[in-house]
Design a protein around this ligand. Structure first.
Ligand code: ADP
Ligand code: ASP
Ligand code: MG
Length: 418
């Protein structure tokens, strides 16, 4: 007998039929003698719909009320799944995050889990019941409902698996594993049998939404066996493995394991800023004070040497506010400085632990992009990733060209294309 935590995402519970199919799958595991804790997302599209309603009423709703609102989506699916299980003769009880004891801090809309109470869940499991938990939500010490950030049900799943010491946390979604890149953008993407925690962290943080980054962090920290698989078809999926376990039997790491991309950032450039000590902090200080996270930063020295251009990126959702802060709080102190913004950018990143032992990945990447006539606007590197900022309209072309050039294309499709 094993204990599984199974998380089903929005498209896996997007209709009555899909919810019934989930109930059948859960029943199958229970019939095989296993204990099952199920974590659910809202029906696909529901969280966006709720956010849209809020914005129609108030364009700056308080984060507390947002959490109160968006957490309702998951309450619908958990109760419906419990009913579907009852219909199949399987005892099950649904719980909200607060009922099951998922305690978080009070940072509404991006709360962090601090503690999970497991006694009641264990009692239910011992009684032979399936425990159905609302993903994405928790409760703070004051009793306010909180949420864990978009995609946060993944984190609920992994956190419950850690707290319950489950044998495996299974993330069921609409693709049958983690691919070399998003299979919806690149038809030649291949499913990876395994991916290391380190690589998955990079992929998730650089835009692959197949797993929320915090879920991967939890899995790494608490050694949770984590698998991504499809709720639509059976298969082995992708196992997220400890960094040391990867390719034990192979001599060489693949150079690149995957390509992540996102169009969710915007770029701001301050032109003609004085090149003197303290300018970077004068620019970025007020932005940090506004609780806005900065991603890439590039500073150039202009030919004259006394002035510099300072470019950085922020999440698209923070673009307008960042521009306002620059115009109101930064520019007045920067003499001749002016600010330019660009919302139509994309970041494309190569990720792979094999990269650290190979020189020349960057130059090959730049050559491939230049062959496609794609202009690189910013670059950032670490030991296991290289990211470039390019025009948003060239994002998919860049992903596909790099996928082919770095030998990631699926073999059969290559043959079909020939
Ligand atoms: P869920 O609702 O089940 O949480 P998500 O939409 O959050 O599902 O995540 C699954 C989606 O992630 C896939 O449909 C796919 O388009 C996208 N995706 C992005 N990068 C990858 C990747 N490297 N491998 C697999 N899927 C990816
Ligand atoms: N329903 C939430 C969202 O859409 C959480 C999740 O699906 O993981 O972000
Ligand atoms: Mg998701």
């Amino acid at each position: 007998m094993a204990l599984f935590v199974q998380k089903y995402g929005g498209s896996s519970v997007g209709s009555v039929e899909r919810i019934k199919a989930v109930a059948e799958r859960v029943k199958g595991f229970r019939d095989a003698g296993h204990q099952v804790v199920v974590v659910l997302s809202a029906m696909s599209g529901e969280t966006n719909r709720l956010i849209g309603l809020a914005n129609e009423i108030n364009d700056t709703p308080t984060p507390r009320e947002m959490d109160m609102l968006v957490s309702t989506g998951e309450q619908v699916t958990i109760s419906l799944l419990a009913m579907a299980l009852h219909k199949l003769g399987v005892p099950a009880t649904s719980y909200t995050g607060s009922q099951v004891g998922i305690l978080t801090d009070s940072s509404h809309t991006k709360a962090r889990i601090q503690r999970i109470e497991t006694d009641e869940m264990r009692e239910d499991l011992e009684d032979g019941k399936v425990v159905v938990v609302a993903g994405f939500q928790g409760v703070d010490t004051e009793g306010n409902i909180t949420t864990l950030g978009r995609g946060g049900s993944d984190t609920t799943g992994v956190a419950l698996a850690a707290a319950l010491k489950a044998d495996e946390c299974q993330i069921y979604t609409d693709v049958d594993g983690v691919y070399t890149t998003d299979p919806r953008v690149c038809a030649k993407a291949q499913r990876l049998a395994t991916v290391t925690v380190e690589e998955m962290l990079e992929l998730a943080s650089l835009g692959s939404k197949v797993l929320q980054i915090r879920a991967v962090e939890f899995a790494g920290k608490y050694n949770v066996a984590l698998r991504v698989l499809s709720s639509f078809e059976d298969g082995p999926g992708t196992l997220i493995v400890a960094d040391s376990d990867k390719h034990e039997d192979s001599m060489e790491e693949p150079l690149i394991s995957g390509i992540a991309f996102t169009a969710n950032e915007a770029k701001l450039t301050l032109l003609n800023t004085p090149d003197v000590p303290g300018v970077a902090s004068r620019i970025l200080g007020p932005i940090a004070d506004g609780n806005i996270e900065i991603d890439m930063i590039v500073q150039n020295v202009a030919p004259a040497g006394n002035y510099t251009d300072f470019t950085f990126t922020v999440a698209k959702g923070d673009y307008r506010q960042t521009m306002k802060i620059l115009e109101e709080q930064v520019l007045p102190d920067l003499g001749e400085g002016e600010v330019k913004g660009d919302e139509n950018i994309a970041k494309v990143s190569l990720v792979g632990v094999g990269m650290r032992s190979h020189a020349g990945v960057a130059s090959k990447m730049f050559r491939v992009l230049s062959d496609e006539n794609i202009n690189i606007r910013m670059v950032s590197t670490s030991e296991i990733k290289i990211s470039v900022v390019i025009d948003e309209k060239q994002m998919e072309l860049a992903v596909r060209a790099l996928h082919t050039a770095f030998g990631l294309d699926k073999a059969e499709v290559e043959q079909e294309a020939n």
